[in-house]
Design a binder for this molecule. Structure first.
Ligand SMILES: [Zn+2]
Length: 118
């Protein structure tokens, strides 16, 4: 893992605000690591500028609070929501991600963020 950390992928504003733990188990850490090595790091490398993870791993409680779907890949550490700071940046990152492994790639909320899952 070059550009991302498990801590960064497990940080949740909602969890902090509600005093909840949002700690991935070993299996989820393995999947997050896989996600970084196969998707996020290569995408960041090609993008050439900072990529921010707005949501990675979510515990069931955090997922419920943020209104995530019941079977969300965020629950198992297979998904991340990404932002770059601009719509154009998001568009460019999305294009890069189309050429990398994924099982879900979603242009969320008119491009406000990108959801990617492996
Ligand atoms: Zn998502």
């Amino acid at each position: 893992m070059k550009y991302f950390t498990i801590d960064e992928l497990s940080y949740s504003q909602m969890a902090v605000r509600c005093g909840l733990k949002n700690i991935p188990d070993k299996a989820a850490v393995r999947r997050l690591t896989d996600l970084v090595e196969k998707v996020l790091d290569p995408a960041r490398e090609q993008f050439g500028a900072p990529v921010i993870v707005s949501s990675g791993y979510r515990s069931p409680e955090v997922n419920r609070l943020v209104g995530g779907v019941t079977r969300s890949y965020h629950l198992t550490g297979r998904a991340a929501d990404l932002v770059t700071g601009s719509r154009d940046g998001n568009r460019r990152l999305f294009d890069i991600l189309t050429r990398l492994p994924h099982c879900e790639l979603i242009w969320e909320n008119g491009g406000r963020w990108i959801h990617v899952a492996l």
